[in-house]
Design a protein around this ligand. Structure first.
Ligand SMILES: CC(C)(COP(=O)(O)OP(=O)(O)OC[C@H]1O[C@@H](n2cnc3c(N)ncnc32)[C@H](O)[C@@H]1OP(=O)(O)O)[C@@H](O)C(=O)NCCC(=O)NCCS
Length: 188
């Protein structure tokens, strides 16, 4: 997709130009006809170190904590905006793994608010499950306040914290960030 020189959609004015564009609206979402075309073309990719600020922004934007993700970026997958060349600061989706031996904590599953409900969340979970299997992980654990039913439909079962392996329980999510959140597990 080509960059457009004249884009005055939401968040833009001719006098403001690109520097003042509202940062949370992906450029291509400002043209409805293009959105329809690109949904099927969105690719799930391994995150790069340089994606850190954009992942953190997406997590904050979707109400999730970005703490400690910089130490686990090699286990992250992202979905970039089709306009990534000119708006690298906007990601449409992310999901990460914190690996603890044969177990992993699935964390930071987030889909850009303008893009939720289109199947991306499901694709991200299936992508990270495949990645985990390739790395020899046998069980995925997660904590969620907001998406228990979503994960149940993808084969995760609620478990008590006592059933979570000690090494996974040492993660910042368990010890600091989500101390009250229900936990779930899936054999993969
Ligand atoms: C949860 C989240 C990742 C789902 O992503 P998404 O792209 O909107 O989900 P999908 O379009 O793949 O949804 C697949 C199905 O799950 C349902 N679903 C989506 N979010 C759900 C939720 N929070 N709870 C229950 N069901 C949900 C969808 O309605 C859809 O149902 P359908 O197949 O009958 O149409 C997304 O809503 C999000 O980023 N939420 C904010 C951050 C968050 O809560 N992350 C989870 C933290 S562990």
């Amino acid at each position: 997709m080509k960059a457009r020189s004249k884009t005055n959609g939401p968040g833009w004015t001719a006098s403001q130009g690109r520097a003042s564009r509202a940062p949370s609206i992906p450029l291509f979402l400002q043209e409805t006809t293009i959105v329809v075309t690109v949904i099927g073309e969105l690719r799930i990719e391994n995150a790069e170190t340089s994606d850190f600020p954009a992942i953190a922004a997406l997590l904050r934007n979707t109400g999730l904590p970005p703490d400690d993700i910089e130490h686990h970026l090699e286990g992250f997958l992202v979905v970039r905006s089709p306009e990534a060349a000119i708006e690298p600061d906007i990601l449409l989706g992310s999901v990460g793994l914190e690996i603890y031996g044969k177990f992993a904590l699935l964390r930071s599953l987030a889909v850009h608010p303008d893009f939720q409900g289109k199947g991306l969340g499901k694709r991200l979970v299936s992508g990270i499950t495949r990645t985990a299997r390739e790395r020899g992980i046998t069980r995925l654990y997660l904590l969620t306040d907001t998406a228990e039913d979503f994960f149940k439909r993808l084969g995760f079962s609620p478990i008590s914290r006592d059933e979570v392996p000690e090494e996974v329980k040492q993660s910042i999510e368990f010890t600091i960030l989500c101390t009250e959140s229900p936990s779930m597990m899936k054999e993969i």
